[in-house]
Design a binder for this molecule. Structure first.
Ligand SMILES: C[S@@+](CC[C@H](N)C(=O)[O-])C[C@H]1O[C@@H](n2cnc3c(N)ncnc32)[C@H](O)[C@@H]1O
Length: 281
């Protein structure tokens, strides 16, 4: 079975809903830890996600003979919010994520992440986190202590990954924590649509003027960054931001229809779908 599964395939095949014991590692890097999980959890379906093609290639070659391990390319917050159904994860691991020194706002884990994770874990599901950066550790610990949905537990601190080895060999201290989900938040509104063309009657002369167009709706932000034209076909480079996450997306407009470029995630979060419908539908 192929080891690389797209977010669209996860949704279409209801892969997460149908799995009893589902473990997600966000930022799985070279896949070493996926192999350890596969060995340690014989009845679990194990998913690793990462944004780097380079890392994913290594992970795929590591897990190629493992029956229950798969990887996906996606941004972690986006994936957790839009692709993972509520109440499906048994365990989630984030090990040595990029700490973004000086640009801490870009960090993967903040209070929004913790709240979304509470939505996606099963009751009594677990979260494991490790880092070499003390202030990242403390901020994640504080977010968990503040959250009514989690309690800190005394989990393992043994995560054998490339970065764990790297920091230890440099004599750096590492920090880790684990937490259990103890209460469910109210259900969220995480509806997504699979990409399919939407009819549009927008004129080429209007399309050409859309570069720079910005829309703000209910805390969401959408902007058309570039408009490219070739022989009557258009390509729009856009960005959509919501809470703590953002995603660049390319739309093509051809033969009176608009859709996402197939290289993209191929799913529309509900708020983005509504924006596209209102602008072009
Ligand atoms: C420092 S490495 C750690 C890799 C592995 N967990 C380890 O401990 O060896 C961070 C990994 O997270 C990935 N990454 C960074 N930001 C991400 C994001 N927002 N969503 C998903 N993956 C991300 C990077 O591509 C990289 O592979």
């Amino acid at each position: 079975m192929k080891k690389f599964v797209t977010p669209r395939e996860i949704i279409e095949n209801r892969l997460f809903e149908e799995s009893g014991n589902l473990i997600l590692e966000i930022g799985c890097g070279n896949g070493e830890f996926l192999v350890q999980l596969h060995e340690a959890k014989p009845d679990a379906l194990i998913f690793g996600i990462d944004i780097s093609n380079f890392a994913l290639r290594k992970a795929i070659s590591r897990i190629k003979n493992l029956k229950r391990a798969f990887v996906t390319k996606s941004e972690g917050r986006w994936f957790l919010t839009w692709i993972v159904p509520e109440g499906t994860l048994t365990e989630t691991y984030v090990l040595f994520p990029d700490p973004w020194p000086g640009r801490e706002k870009r960090r993967l884990i903040d209070e929004n992440f913790i709240n979304t994770l509470a939505q996606k874990l099963k009751n009594n599901g677990s979260f494991f986190f490790a880092t070499d950066v003390e202030d990242y550790f403390l901020s994640v610990k504080r977010s968990i202590e503040k959250s009514p949905f989690f309690r800190l537990t005394t989990g393992t601190d043994a995560f054998y990954t490339k970065y764990e080895r790297k920091w230890k060999s440099m004599g750096k201290k590492t920090f880790s924590l684990s937490a259990e989900k103890v209460e469910s938040p109210p259900p969220g509104h995480f509806k997504v649509y699979l990409n399919k063309p939407i009819k549009t009657s927008i004129k080429p002369s209007t399309l050409e003027k859309l570069k720079g167009l910005e829309l703000r709706t209910e805390g969401n932000f959408f902007k058309i960054l570039e408009v490219y034209r070739d022989n009557g076909k258009f390509l729009l480079k856009t960005v959509f931001r919501m809470k703590n996450m953002g995603q660049k997306q390319f739309f093509r407009i051809e033969n009176g229809e608009i859709d996402l470029l197939p290289v993209q995630l191929e799913i529309f979060p509900d708020p983005l779908f509504r924006i596209i419908k209102s602008l072009f539908g």
